[in-house]
Design a binder for this molecule. Structure first.
Ligand SMILES: [Zn+2]
Ligand SMILES: [Zn+2]
Length: 431
């Protein structure tokens, strides 16, 4: 028997963590151990590092990796993931330590200790990590380096999706369920379990047209995007047609460092050459001359791509403040905007919240929103499940979704013949 215990991301998006334990051996695998941004409990339910055969990390977003340093306060657990995910996780974890307002029980020294225990896996490489346990990673299509995790323990095959995208993007191939062998159960994300996204081509076209329009009127357009994956996706969209009208493009903030890592791991992307060529067409703000170059980029017509995606911090705020008064300028929000964030307030009320001094500024520039989700939509998730091959019962555990979304998704797939569960935090199931 294998026991699956749900430690977090039950009825919420954040603090992912699933423990898979053998009842017959000492083997125990932890898939992800993330952090939540808000609330009292920001980490998944506690698990002792001593009993773990290994931690497997699906991807670098902090809702999946943000709690992993806890295991290196006094522990020594191997951490399995792709090399690309590891490198980006380190940057995001350092950034998390810098920006978090909450007390965290670890600091940089745990991040350095974690390095000693990293073990890199390639997609499709099967690795034995316990007396009777193997793991294999598969492309998840979500962000570069992201993986689904197949855990094979005591003859049972459990697929943990992490975050997946069933739509091909400029950066990545879509997740491929046909790669996965016959499984017993799947633990799936349900972030967009009840909504479908707009067709990708439509979002790309709308973005290109809006940017062209601004440049035709000699304006400046800021694309506020996450530094990880979204900034690079937007760069690829804007450079794909080689359209001379769509220049110059400036890239700033953390997106520069991440882009350089992606260049060195370009073989993990859908089209390595296209990505490297695209990056060559873009000006990366030079850290040494940043003041001068930022002033220049925000004073003449052109395109800027800078984090953060919801205007909570990062260099996007510098540019936003410089361009909001120009009627020919635009701020494009290309990520999901959480309620209460400066991005959401700007989008809904046309007001920019200045931090020091606190001021509410009515903006004169255009504010647009474009959808470029890196998660599967409702139909994509169902299609994904339909293509998986199950040994007998089609057992699906729904996680990583708001409670109502998770419940509605589970009830929808139940009608399609799936045995759907919406686990509570701390709940376990034997298979
Ligand atoms: Zn993610
Ligand atoms: Zn996530």
């Amino acid at each position: 028997m294998v026991k699956i215990r749900f430690l977090g991301a039950c009825g919420e998006v954040g603090r992912s963590g699933v423990l898979i334990e053998s009842e017959d051996t000492e083997d125990a695998v932890l898939c992800d151990y993330g952090k939540k941004m808000e609330g009292e409990e920001i980490f998944p339910e506690h698990v002792s590092g001593k009993k773990l055969s290994g931690i497997v990390l699906s991807h670098s977003h902090v809702d999946h990796c943000g709690g992993i340093p806890l295991f290196y306060i006094s522990g020594s657990v191997p951490l399995y993931t792709t090399e690309l995910t590891y490198q980006v996780s380190e940057i995001l974890l350092h950034d998390m330590l810098k920006i978090t307002s909450k007390y965290l029980p670890f600091d940089k020294s745990e991040l350095y200790k974690m390095r000693k225990y990293k073990r890199f896996l390639k997609y499709g490489q099967k690795k034995k990590i316990g007396s009777n346990t193997w793991i294999t990673l598969y492309n998840a299509g979500h962000i570069p380096g992201s993986a689904m995790i197949l855990v094979e323990m005591d003859g049972k095959k459990i697929l943990y999706t992490g975050d997946i995208n069933t739509t091909e993007t400029q950066l990545l191939k879509a997740v491929d369920p046909l790669e996965i062998p016959l499984i017993d159960v799947v633990i799936t994300e349900t972030t967009y379990g009840t909504t479908d996204h707009k067709p990708r081509e439509e979002s790309e076209e709308n973005l290109i047209n809006s940017v062209k329009n601004i440049l035709d009127n000699e304006g400046i357009v800021l694309n506020a995007a996450f530094g990880v994956a979204r900034s690079q996706e937007i760069a690829l969209v804007l450079t794909k047609s080689n359209n001379k009208e769509l220049f110059p493009i400036t890239l700033d903030g953390m997106a520069r460092r991440i882009s350089k890592i992606y260049i060195s791991f370009s073989e993990m992307l859908k089209n390595p050459k296209k990505f490297v060529d695209s990056m060559k067409k873009i000006h990366f703000i030079d850290q040494q001359k940043r003041d001068y170059e930022r002033r220049k980029a925000s004073s003449k017509s052109g395109i800027i791509i800078a984090p953060s995606g919801m205007l909570k911090g990062g260099t996007a705020r510098y540019y936003a403040e410089n361009i909001i008064d120009g009627i020919n300028n635009a701020i494009n929000l290309v990520s999901y905007q959480i309620d209460g964030t400066p991005g959401k307030i700007l989008l809904e009320q046309g007001i920019y919240i200045n931090k020091h001094p606190h001021e509410e500024i009515k903006v004169k520039c255009q504010v647009n929103h474009f959808e470029f989700s890196s998660h599967a939509g409702k139909s994509g998730l169902i299609e994904f499940l339909n293509k998986l091959k199950f040994k007998s019962h089609k057992k699906v555990f729904c996680v990583h979704g708001e409670k109502e979304v998770m419940n509605e998704f589970a009830s929808n797939i139940s009608k399609l013949g799936y045995l759907a569960e919406t686990p509570e935090i701390g709940q376990f199931f034997k298979i």
